[in-house]
Design a protein around this ligand. Structure first.
Ligand SMILES: [Cu+2]
Length: 608
């Protein structure tokens, strides 16, 4: 979302790092001689274990890893990446003792778990954090079932390896029948210090964006759309001071994408016998990466979203936002391997594994899809589809005149097809219910906001940039229906509208234009049923996570859709969900992109 410098044509991509797909098989280093390890490193490195029962002991420590050919130190839980898979049973009271062997404070947050706020694990909100050398005891009753995960809520520890899966078995028989059951944790690893990554983004928000428009792109557009349209397209993006290729802040330029802690070269493998029903519990435990997941040759039947059973829906592909989970059933019939392919949304790399009838097999790995440009819909919401009245409003002396020009450009484009520009629009002309005008808070008119959307789109049937009209059946939120409906039959008594905001030049992220440090807590009245309205005033997708309570997403016309703990809000989109404020205490509410959260897209919620 950075401005494109004049002239808008930058030279073709710099050479990508050769380990783009992870040259090293990767993982925690076994058998490292003791003198190579700092004294504070964990003694023995471990493969991922499954821990069951009611009592757990987790140890946080530094452990040497090697994902790229270069040894690095990771922050691990019980010495593995991901940390151990915790298998709980509904109705059990569990005790988790977490010992900190780092020389800095740590924490574990149980993502999506409904529990007393003191057990939620967010330093500064739920508890003080776990000091070096200290052991903190978490104890709570497990009141839910399904697939969840856990991660550090301290500093950038999550980026350096602190995450793991939680599987909660129902007290009674599981209505989802499967012959095999695999957790598939997707994540992103960097050899860089996350502080360095963050500092680079602060200095230049498109530092890791190597998808920028090239001379080759320009001539391709000229060939397809003609010289005039190709020039217009670039002029428009320049005038808006935006970059249509800004799909992710951090790319494979620094990331190696992992599946169950294994690089693509390492090829994590799950075994099956032909004809079996295989349950895959996809968890996106990455810091910054949205993955588009598919298994060429197999249909995936989605049976659970964020731990909640949904009416089964069969798709070819799904996008999993950071912190979401999706359980799918696949039924491989042939005696052959199948690739589990999870490409990053910006198409710079992928995580990959294999379902195979025998160890050691591999299937073809598909080519990465071409990165797609953000469309006018992503930019302007309902406006981007040809309605009238609400342009995105820029802020500041530079942006305003630019916006006037872009409006002019838009009008000119209407007949010239620039809006579509050869790039796919969301399926179907309907953009949800009638457009709703956004209510911008006064605090949005400040230096922390470089863009506002007045007429957001409300459709949930858009799979998002890069997945529109790709010839595959792609899951959208409109496909998800939680079995059993809402937890609370009441309608909303009150409505809160919050805007997802940012300023790309400064790499600040905020809610209603206020970074966390400048904000005051949001108050929920204990017991109330309230409607939250999110309007995304930015060009990036933000997976928003409310701790401690469920978010019950509504359809554009206000009917119950799906219960989630993390709701991904697309650019220029307005979504609404209902919350029952039944959990007293102090809770975190934030974007789950780690660097967005750290840059200020975070609020405290007080339920009293
Ligand atoms: Cu965000």
């Amino acid at each position: 979302m950075k401005r494109i410098s004049e002239p808008s044509l930058v030279l073709p991509n710099l050479p990508r790092r050769q380990f783009l797909q992870g040259l090293a098989a990767g993982g925690v280093m076994l058998g490292l001689s003791p003198w190579l390890k700092p004294a504070w490193a964990q003694e023995a490195a471990q493969p991922v274990k499954v821990l069951t029962g009611k009592e757990f002991h987790l140890t946080i420590a530094q452990t040497p890893v090697n994902f790229t050919g270069r040894p690095r130190m990771a922050t691990t839980i019980n010495g593995s990446i991901p940390g151990p898979t915790l298998r709980w049973r509904e109705g059990d009271t569990i005790t988790l003792r977490v010992t900190n062997r780092l020389n800095e404070p740590t924490s574990i947050h149980w993502h999506g778990i409904i529990l007393p706020y003191q057990m939620d694990g967010v330093p500064g909100i739920s508890f003080p954090g776990i000091a070096p050398g200290e052991t903190f005891t978490y104890r709570f009753k497990v009141e839910q079932t399904g697939t969840y995960w856990y991660h550090s809520h301290s500093g950038f520890q999550e980026q350096t390896g602190m995450y793991g899966a939680i599987v909660i078995d129902p007290a009674d028989a599981d209505p989802i029948r499967a012959d095999r059951d695999y957790v598939v944790v997707l994540s992103d690893w960097t050899d860089e210090d996350p502080m360095t990554v963050f500092a680079k983004l602060k200095k230049q928000s498109d530092y890791y964006n190597f998808n920028q428009l090239t001379v080759v792109d320009f001539f391709r557009d000229v060939a397809h759309e003609g010289l005039g349209a190709a020039i217009e397209k670039r002029k428009m993006w320049n005038q808006m001071r935006m970059n249509p290729t800004d799909l992710a802040d951090v790319s494979a330029y620094t990331y190696t994408y992992l599946m169950n802690g294994t690089t693509p070269a390492g090829n994590w493998t799950g075994l099956f016998r032909p004809g079996e029903r295989v349950r895959l519990r996809f968890i996106n435990g990455s810091a910054m990466t949205f993955f588009d997941v598919r298994i060429p040759g197999l249909k995936m039947t989605v049976v659970q979203a964020d731990g909640q059973n949904v009416e089964p829906v069969t798709v070819d592909e799904l996008r999993i936002a950071v912190a979401e989970t999706y359980d799918v059933i696949v039924e491989p019939k042939e005696d052959q391997p199948y690739t589990i392919f999870a490409q990053s949304m910006d198409r710079t790399g992928y995580a990959r594994g294999t379902l195979a009838p025998r160890p050691g097999l591999a299937a073809e790995v598909p080519a990465l899809d071409k990165p797609e440009w953000l469309s006018m819909t992503d930019m302007m919401g309902a406006m981007g589809h040809g309605a009238h009245g609400g342009m995105p409003t820029g802020h500041g002396a530079h942006a305003m005149p630019a916006m006037d020009h872009s409006q002019h450009g838009m009008a000119g484009a209407a007949g010239g097809g620039m809006e579509h520009g050869g790039h796919a629009m969301p399926a179907g002309a309907a953009m949800g219910a009638a457009p709703v005008r956004a209510r911008h808070a006064k605090t949005e008119y400040g230096p922390s906001v470089d863009m506002r959307v007045d007429m957001p789109r409300t459709n949930l049937d858009d799979p998002g940039i890069g997945l529109r009209n790709n010839g595959r059946r792609v899951l959208t939120y409109a496909d998800l229906h939680t079995i059993g409906g809402p937890l609370d039959p009441r309608g909303p008594e009150r409505e809160i509208e919050l805007h997802l905001t940012g300023n790309m030049e400064r790499y600040t992220w905020s809610l209603d234009g206020l970074e966390f440090g400048k904000s005051t807590p949001v108050h929920f009245r204990y017991g109330e049923r309230l409607r939250v309205v999110f309007v995304n005033d930015t060009m990036m997708t933000h997976p928003m996570h409310l701790h401690g309570m469920w978010s019950e997403l509504e359809s554009p016309d206000g009917r119950f859709q799906v219960r989630k703990h993390t709701i991904s809000v697309q650019p220029a989109q307005r979504v609404t969900f209902l919350v029952t404020a039944d959990a007293l205490g102090r809770w975190a509410w934030h974007c789950h992109l780690l660097y967005h959260m750290d840059a200020g897209m975070f609020r405290e919620v007080v339920v009293a």
